[in-house]
Design a protein around this ligand. Structure first.
Ligand code: ADP
Ligand code: MG
Length: 344
């Protein structure tokens, strides 16, 4: 939580080159099998024979994506990589190399930066991703840009490809992260300590569903796939749009809701639709023909990761939700738009 340090323990004193040296010598740095890693003008990595190379980039900006007062350096380091891993998971890719671009205020505390890098590299180590390079520059506020390079020998899972009649599936549970954020910023109080901790953790430490994404593309069962960053409704909307303007019929009873989120729901403080539009779930949402149902169940059982059937793709545009009180049309124009006036 401490971003600014005193004169002799901040970045201005440590210096760019000492920082890069710290990175290059970090014990969690996996780059042994890189032809050229940190330290030269560019990295050199040989992709596996016959592989397609997948590349994705995500940026996090202080004041836009996070607030330093409520986000620890470790949580930020984890999340900066986790959100990129989630994008790669949604293509069925295997993460290979990562590049870290940092815009840092000179007053950034050395201890804060170390904690950030430790968490980032710990997650990289978990998935055997090599930190292969980056750039470090002075900035007025904290800016983190992560470029992740992955590979796949199977056909990648695209957003396009869904057909009417396909089932719609989702991993894990939805809505925990947006409830966790409400707990963190004080909008949701009075939960049991265990429930509050569970929801906060789901917000701070998303688990990218890499193994699921890879299994689905290897088996060739998913017709379309996306990761949930803006909420089920918005991201399903993106998938359906890229699949040629299709629609969906969802069944409210099938939505995967965790026990803590269900307790919040039952207390009447949020509605089901809030859990579908909150965002930052970082679960995988995919479609598959009915013939793939058994194989999907097998993959989910093998990974010990619940995968829920939420409904089906239909030819008519729009997303509906059928529940005990009847059928409602959900507003699909959701999702966070950085440049729309309501967000500024
Ligand atoms: P150049 O001026 O040639 O771009 P730099 O001094 O910026 O070189 O970087 C030196 C080396 O350190 C490069 O290999 C670069 O990829 C790496 N590097 C710099 N900043 C970072 C960072 N934030 N994360 C990972 N590697 C970095
Ligand atoms: Mg440079």
């Amino acid at each position: 939580m401490v971003a600014a340090g005193t004169r002799d323990d901040c970045l201005a004193d440590w210096g760019e080159f000492a920082f890069i040296d710290f990175l290059a010598r970090h014990p969690a740095l996996a780059q042994a099998d890189l032809e050229v890693g940190i330290g030269d003008d560019a990295s050199v990595w040989r992709p596996p024979a016959g592989a397609r190379v997948l590349t994705t980039l995500d940026m996090l900006v202080e004041g836009v994506h996070f607030d330093l007062a409520s986000t620890s350096a470790a949580d930020l380091g984890w999340k900066a990589l986790a959100v990129n891993l989630s994008d790669l998971a949604a293509m069925g890719g295997r993460p290979e190399c990562v590049y870290l671009g940092l815009g840092l205020p000179p007053a950034t505390a050395k201890a804060w930066l170390k904690e950030f890098i430790d968490a980032f590299l710990r997650l990289a180590e978990c998935y055997r991703v090599r930190l292969a390079g980056g750039d470090t520059v002075r900035a007025g506020e904290l800016v983190i840009s992560v470029t992740l390079v992955g590979s796949t020998t199977a056909a990648p899972g695209l957003r396009s490809g869904a057909s009417p009649g396909d089932g719609i599936y989702c991993s894990g549970t939805i809505g925990d992260s947006c409830l966790g954020l409400r707990v963190l910023d004080g909008r949701l109080a009075g939960l049991s300590e265990a429930d509050a901790e569970f929801l906060k953790k789901r917000h701070r430490r998303p688990n990218p569903r890499l193994a699921l994404g890879r299994k689905l593309v290897a088996a060739g069962v998913a017709s379309a796939m996306i990761d949930i960053s803006d909420g089920v409704v918005a991201d399903l909307g993106h998938l359906l749009k890229r699949s040629g303007g299709l629609g969906a019929e969802l069944e409210s009873g099938r939505l995967p809701i965790s026990a803590p989120a269900r307790r919040v729901l039952e207390s009447g403080r949020v509605e089901l639709v809030d859990l579908m539009t909150g965002g930052e779930d970082f679960e995988l949402l995919f479609t598959a023909p009915p013939s793939a149902a058994a194989e999907i169940a097998e993959i989910a059982a093998f990974l010990e990761l619940p995968v829920a059937w939420l409904g089906r793709v239909v030819g008519r545009a729009g997303i509906s939700l059928a529940g005990p009180a009847g059928k409602i049309e959900l507003k699909t124009k959701g999702g966070y738009d950085h440049f729309q006036s309501q967000n500024q």
